[in-house]
Ligand binder design. Structure first.
Ligand code: AMP
Length: 422
């Protein structure tokens, strides 16, 4: 007999199964709580956008736009792209809905799937999930420090330890003119030794050669001139403000001159957070200031800063660091019936318990009494409620505590009172 070949999920995607979804919900709940206490409000933008948004809002020279986007023509012949990141769409919505006319700054957050056609490996997927925040309409080092502090607060509340915060300043377009010249002078003699992509970056955006993913390229830039040596007076003051903000908040950091988020509209603060124990893909979040982005997207010159963290990587770090996660959801009670006569009472009990918020269930497959008890155990039920002939006749229930094995008879109306807190 020839079986049909089963269809599997596309490479680089994950099914998040029951047992795992509870962990995701737990993480998302912590994220939402931190957002609320820091004054962020949720924004939900479409999963796909016009391709042009990312070409402009992420940048043509980036890996994302150059080779990682899921782009296709829709049936109306429009070029559509599955979002590879969250910031561009938030900025689009900010402009489209004139949110800039509201009192500024505006603090927004999002959680959702992103899509990048990357080489998949542990911690790097083609569909992955990001939580991100954007603060639009304020240019102040103290908000940069606060955004970083908030990212750290999320990790801390999740119980993560051994994190390393790397920060850098990318200056402003003015200080980058001088840096660009110095950098090109430094890189030119070694140009042939760089990867083909870096060779392409040399003219377009040499700053990006500093943070190439290729190890050989990294070795060639160890001694490269640093933007920190070319910051103009204003940018120096701003960066000092961010650092003293972090000092005030008691957050330690490593100054990493090779950390660049090399798009033209990225300015000033850049940061990345690494976690130990999750392998090569150790970045669990990163962000930076993008004072040029709103204008690039067709709006007024409005400053902004944001960051995003990868939920899959956070979960990997939680597991690697053996941080306890709440147990998978369990049933409060499972109703076991000895005969079909008990069905109606079973449904009444379920309806009452559920209306009071208890997680309650029964068997629907005609299992024997013994098999129902076993099944209740598999479902992790706290209590089983047994309705046999005696119980039917006396209006009582036999309630078994599945943890202790203790069984008592109680009046039917006393059930939820007996089993107590949810
Ligand atoms: P980025 O938007 O590239 O700055 O990424 C921000 C964060 O998203 C990273 O620190 C990772 O935690 C996560 N991330 C980025 N790309 C992927 C991916 N392909 N798979 C899983 N997580 C990712």
């Amino acid at each position: 007999m020839r079986l049909n070949k089963t269809i599997t999920k596309p490479r680089g995607t994950n099914d998040i199964l029951p047992g795992e979804t509870e962990q995701w919900q737990y993480i998302e709940e912590i994220i939402r709580t931190v957002c609320r206490v820091y004054g962020y409000r949720e924004i939900r933008t479409p999963v796909f956008e016009h391709t042009e948004l990312f070409q402009r809002g992420v940048g043509e020279t980036t890996d994302i736009v150059g080779k990682e986007m899921y782009t296709f023509k829709d049936r109306g012949d429009r070029s559509i792209t599955l979002r590879p990141e969250g910031t561009a769409a938030v900025v689009r919505a900010y402009l489209e809905h004139k949110i800039y006319a509201a009192p500024q700054p505006v603090k927004l957050y999002y959680i959702g799937p992103m899509f990048r056609y990357e080489r998949s490996e542990t911690g790097r997927y083609r569909q992955f999930h990001q939580f991100g925040v954007e603060v639009l309409g304020v240019h102040s080092p103290s908000i940069d420090a606060e955004v970083i502090a908030m990212a750290i607060a999320v990790y801390q509340r999740l119980g993560l330890k051994e994190l390393a915060l790397h920060i850098n300043s990318l200056g402003c377009p003015q200080c980058r003119v001088e840096l660009r010249r110095k950098l090109q002078d430094f890189l030119r003699p070694h140009l042939k030794e760089f990867c083909p992509e870096c060779q392409g970056r040399f003219e377009r955006n040499p700053l990006r050669m500093i943070d190439c993913k290729n190890k050989e390229c990294n070795n060639l830039v160890i001694e490269a001139p640093s933007i920190l040596d070319y910051l103009c007076a204003e940018c120096q003051v701003f960066f000092a403000g961010v650092k003293s903000g972090l000092d005030l908040l008691g957050i330690s950091y490593i100054i990493d001159k090779n950390l660049v988020r090399g798009l033209d509209y990225y300015t000033h603060t850049a940061f990345e957070i690494m976690a130990k124990g999750i392998g090569a893909q150790s970045s669990i979040g990163g962000g930076g200031r993008y004072n040029g982005l709103v204008e690039t997207c067709g709006g007024p010159p409005i400053p902004g800063i944001g960051y995003a963290l990868g939920l899959e990587r956070v979960l990997l770090a939680i597991k690697a660091q053996k941080v306890p996660l709440p147990p998978a959801g369990c049933l409060d009670l499972f109703v076991v019936t000895a005969s079909t006569d008990a069905e109606q009472v079973a449904f009444e009990i379920l309806a009452q318990a559920r209306s009071q918020g208890y997680a309650a269930d029964k068997d629907y497959t005609g299992r024997s009494l013994k098999a129902q008890m076993k099944y209740a155990g598999k479902l992790n039920a706290r209590y089983t409620v047994i309705i046999g002939e005696n119980e039917l006749n006396n209006n009582t229930l036999a309630v078994k505590n599945m943890l202790t094995g203790e069984q008592v008879a109680i009046d039917r109306e006393k059930l939820t009172e007996f089993i107590g807190g949810k």
